[in-house]
Write a protein that binds this ligand. Structure first.
Ligand code: HEM
Length: 543
């Protein structure tokens, strides 16, 4: 009897392995048929039909495909991708579970995927976790949905409010909100902090950041002691961490029963957040919206679009607001990382403080957004963290068969864009392993030097070599916010609020650590665990 059971189990196992292998091999062998422009234009249409093999790659195993190759790189799969590129070239195929993947590892290929092929490689992977994070349906999410007309509409709706231009009234509003919130932040911190003692500062920064976003987008701020607010700030942060981690379930969904607890936890985070957005923000506003008045904020714009556009549903706007308010976690984590590097190297903090002091030497006032152009080193430090931490680009998916660099890419292929390779390459950066904000500075041109001298806010009367520097902009190989159709919509909010928080902290405090060993930052991720490391903030007045 036992022998019969064992042999049946063996037969089942063998057939699973064989079926899996056949599926993987068939997936890898499939060719792409495409019309391409004929170089000699011998045909009247100028088009010929070609067959394209998929990019080569390592041989996959049944069931897991090539997942085992990244086992050594669990903390930084992109370092694993870079390593594999040494063996298989800058473009290669992998199979994760049964899913075909393509990895592109140089700037030209990244441009070919995101720009030239932006229309067809614009989907997102169908990971179970993505569905759980957004009410059971990832199409609710702006960042995790596939490309569609609705997505284009949502991006357009968000653009005016969430990508404020420097001269716009939205930008001024951001500046004012940021400065005022940092006053609240400081009062809260002082009440809780014992001078000279380490403090878990991440929660304070996240709450300040969440309030900046909710005031900017919803004209609402919440008390730091408000327990519902505290909870959603924590859950947003957990979600940010979660999204930035790979998970076996993503490519091996049959493991679901083993991870049910984890999935339930994710569902709970997202339903709690949704309830908060609905109860504390949307319902209140729906009661007193005036359609004839100009939009007060993003919430007004969203609610009006609900009335004006039949394609926009109530669910759409709830999730949009959630997505954008949730953006604060990315900024909070980014600022925490900047503070970590400052604690590790005090000279960075001192140079930022020199910029602050030069601007505010004559009148004591908080730093605002109009000061940004006169503080290139501060911005360079933020950029260097973005380079060093190499925020991953959310994987794209080919929604149709296409061709990249002469290789066929079949519909459903997950495309990994390795921007870590750009950020860590000696080809583009001198000593890329070194954390050095100065790499983002260059000599200022005549025009900007003149502007700086004439700028009322930045006229410190102090002339120094450092004043002759400006931030390097438009570096072609630096793509922290990606390029193309699905580029980040929140980048101006990141720059603006990130700058305000950082500058206002360093204006008031020196940042250090009693034990640098507690500061564990992976040089390949923007996300920090919910509870990360304490820092010591010493008031500059008493320094
Ligand atoms: C340090 C902060 C941030 C970084 C480094 C960052 C970077 C990125 C990257 C790399 C993408 C993927 C682009 C692609 O798939 O090609 C993205 C997408 C996106 N980001 Fe950000 N982001 C940040 C903060 C924010 C914030 C604060 C918001 C909103 C308030 C935001 C909103 C979005 C949205 C909505 C998308 C999806 C766009 C789409 O798929 O159409 N991001 N971001």
């Amino acid at each position: 009897m036992l022998a019969l059971l064992a042999s049946s189990a063996l037969v089942i196992l063998l057939s699973v392995v064989i079926t899996s292998y056949v599926r993987i091999v068939c997936g890898a062998k499939r060719r792409v048929r495409q019309s391409i422009r004929n170089g000699n234009a011998t045909l009247e249409s100028g088009l010929v039909c070609g067959e394209f093999k998929q990019a080569p790659g390592p041989r996959p195993w049944p069931i897991i495909g090539n997942l085992h190759l990244l086992d050594r790189y669990r903390d930084n799969p992109f370092a694993g991708f870079t390593e594999l590129a040494r063996e298989y070239g800058d473009i290669y195929s992998l199979t994760f579970g049964h899913t075909r993947c393509l990895v592109v590892n140089n700037l030209e290929l990244i441009r070919e995927v995101l720009n030239q092929n932006g229309k067809v490689i614009s989907g997102r992977p169908d990971f179970l976790r993505y569905h759980k994070l957004f009410g059971g349906e990832r199409s609710n999410s702006l960042a995790l949905c596939d490309w569609s007309q609705l997505q284009q509409k949502r991006r357009n709706l968000a653009r005016r409010h969430c990508s404020p231009r420097e001269s716009s009234s939205f930008y001024m509003k951001m500046s004012q909100i940021g400065c005022e919130e940092m006053e609240h932040w400081n009062r809260e911190l002082k009440a809780k902090m014992t001078p000279g003692e380490p403090i878990e500062i991440k929660t304070f920064i996240l709450k300040a950041c969440a309030n900046m976003f909710s005031q900017y987008m919803c004209s609402l701020r919440f008390d730091y002691e408000d327990t519902e607010f505290e909870l959603i700030v924590k859950y947003f942060d957990e979600i940010f961490w979660e999204i930035n981690q790979g998970h076996p379930l993503d490519f091996l969904p049959w493991l679901q029963p083993f991870y049910q607890g984890h999935l339930n936890k994710i569902t709970n985070w997202s339903t709690t957040i949704r309830k908060f957005i609905l109860d504390r923000i949307i319902c209140q506003r729906e009661l007193n919206i005036d359609l004839d008045e100009p939009d007060r904020d993003f919430t007004d714009a969203l609610l009006k679009s609900l009335i004006e556009d039949k394609e926009v549903s109530r669910n759409t706007i709830i999730f949009m607001l959630e997505d954008f308010v949730g953006g604060h976690s990315a900024v909070g984590n980014l600022v925490m990382l900047v503070l970590a590097y400052i604690a590790k190297d005090q000279s960075i903090g001192r140079r930022i403080q020199e910029e602050i002091d030069a601007i505010t030497a004559e009148e004591k006032r908080p730093i605002n957004l109009m000061d940004m152009s006169a503080m290139p080193y501060t911005m360079a430090t933020i950029f260097e963290v973005l380079r060093y931490s190499s925020s991953p680009i959310v994987p794209h998916v080919a929604t149709e068969d296409t061709v990249v660099s002469g290789y066929g890419v079949t519909r459903g292929t997950v495309v990994f864009i390795n921007n870590y390779v750009l950020n860590s390459s000696e080809k583009y950066w001198q000593n890329p392993q070194q954390f050095n904000p100065e790499r983002f500075l260059e000599e200022a041109n005549e025009h900007s030097q003149k502007n700086r001298r004439h700028s009322k806010d930045s006229d410190s009367g102090i002339e120094s070599d450092k004043e002759k520097l400006q931030l390097r902009k438009n570096i072609p190989h630096f793509l922290p916010f990606s390029i193309g159709k699905r580029t980040c919509i929140g980048q101006n909010l990141v720059r603006g609020f990130g700058f305000l928080i950082l500058a206002n902290i360093l204006q008031r405090y020196n940042v250090s650590s009693h034990d640098l060993a507690t500061i564990k930052v992976s040089p390949e991720s923007l996300a920090l665990p919910a509870s990360c490391f304490p820092l010591v903030l010493t008031s500059r007045k008493s320094a």
